[in-house]
Design a protein around this ligand. Structure first.
Ligand SMILES: C[S@@+](CC[C@H](N)C(=O)[O-])C[C@H]1O[C@@H](n2cnc3c(N)ncnc32)[C@H](O)[C@@H]1O
Length: 384
């Protein structure tokens, strides 16, 4: 189990910034705590994912997840007319495990060629990824920032990227919203409410004190990806909901939390740099922005429904060839991923497309969420 390691460098840095320029937004606090080069939780290499680490993701379950996704990528390649320059872009690749799983499967499925590009700003993780992916030679490439990504035809893939993008914290005053800013308090930090220029949610009045998260960084991120995608799909995999669910009346304190050593806590201001900070993804926000950017919503499904559709295609391709032991392991992994009481319902897949002919991805064959997501976008636009 990963022990709680205090990261004084990040705390000092945040304290100095507040001393110099006054209270900072929680989004800025999170940016420093997670991404400050060298010391931030994600930038430093402290984060460990999996059984011995801070939290599990789909990738920790096993190579089966990557293989299922590879089948979905092949479908996009077919729909694009089997282009020779087919490119998969992954962002949030961590230690390169998912990339290795996807690339080994794709190497069998697309022997004609493809390119796998990773957007990795942290030099520590790029070095780790190079070790794991070196065996694939020049099929793999890296850029350190979206701005250096060439325009591409193919798929942008991310698993648990958006939930890790910085967010602002808003608090209801009954007849309006104020923002929780971070100030110094003794050796640590505290919240102080202030006027905000973050666009408040178009919601009926909420009781005083209700908290929610707003993530403009997700809009900026999607815009930058849409600009670079010439044709193909942006496949966003993450935990989260439509706005109706995310901002439902029963949710009075948002969804933000921290993870360290598989322990969850709500104390987002303590020990910055030593633990993950996250909140659920607002899929209505992403689908709404997609419309503005000229992207279509191909499907929105929970993991349970998505992977059942995706595995049908995958298992057909294995017919007669999979050794029994391998099938058993694959079945166990699939059960973990799709279990309706855990990962199966929390995780969602949003497929956003540009110039991509039908048929829709088999992963969205049983999608139950698409209509609800589009209705959620329409309702939000009426309220705004
Ligand atoms: C919760 S982890 C998920 C890691 C991995 N995808 C998985 O599912 O196991 C979030 C990852 O997103 C990365 N990340 C956050 N913002 C990023 C950005 N702008 N560009 C590239 N990676 C980013 C973090 O460094 C971290 O590796």
């Amino acid at each position: 189990m990963c022990m709680f390691v205090k990261s004084p460098a990040v705390s000092d840095l945040i304290a100095r910034e507040i001393d110099a320029s006054g209270p900072i937004s929680f989004a800025r606090f999170m940016e420093l705590a997670l991404y400050e080069p060298g010391d931030g939780y994600y930038a430093s290499g402290k984060v460990r994912i999996g059984k011995q680490g801070d939290f599990f993701t789909n990738v920790s379950v096993g190579a089966f997840f990557g293989r299922l996704l590879a089948g979905q990528l092949v479908e996009v390649w077919e729909r694009l007319g089997r282009p020779g320059d087919f490119t998969v872009v992954e962002q949030g690749a961590h230690d390169g495990t998912l990339a290795a799983d996807v690339v080994s499967a794709l190497s069998e499925l697309l022997p004609g060629g493809f390119r796998y590009l990773i957007i990795e700003p942290a030099s520590f993780w790029r070095t780790e990824q190079e070790k794991v992916l070196g065996r694939f030679g020049d099929r793999i490439g890296w850029v350190d920032d979206v701005s250096r990504l060439p325009r591409f035809r193919g798929v942008h893939l991310s698993n648990e990227l958006v939930d890790a993008l910085p967010f602002h914290l808003l608090q209801s005053q009954g007849d309006g919203w104020r923002e929780l800013m971070v100030i110094r308090a003794g050796d640590g930090f505290a919240f102080q409410s202030a006027d905000t220029d973050v666009i408040p949610p178009a919601l009926p009045e909420r009781p005083e004190g209700v908290l929610l998260e707003v993530r403009p960084a997700a809009v900026a991120w999607l815009a930058s990806m849409a600009e670079r995608l010439e044709a193909g799909m942006i496949l966003i995999i993450d935990y989260g909901y439509t706005r109706e669910n995310l901002w439902a009346e029963h949710r009075t304190r948002g969804t933000f939390s921290c993870y360290s050593g598989h322990r969850r806590d709500d104390d987002v201001l303590s020990n910055p740099g030593s633990k993950d900070i996250t909140s659920h993804v607002d899929f209505t926000q992403l689908a709404d922005e997609a419309g503005r950017l000229g992207l279509g919503v191909e499907g929105f499904a929970d993991q349970h429904h998505y992977l059942v559709g995706a595995s049908e295609t995958y298992l057909r391709s294995l017919e007669g060839s999979a050794p029994v032991g391998e099938s058993r392991k694959a079945l166990r992994n699939l059960q973990t991923l799709i279990h309706p009481e855990s990962m199966g319902r929390q995780f969602h897949y949003l497929g956003l497309v540009k110039d991509l002919p039908p048929p829709a991805a088999s992963g969205f064959r049983y999608a139950r969420g698409t209509a609800a997501l589009l209705e959620s976008v329409a309702a939000m636009r009426v309220r705004a």
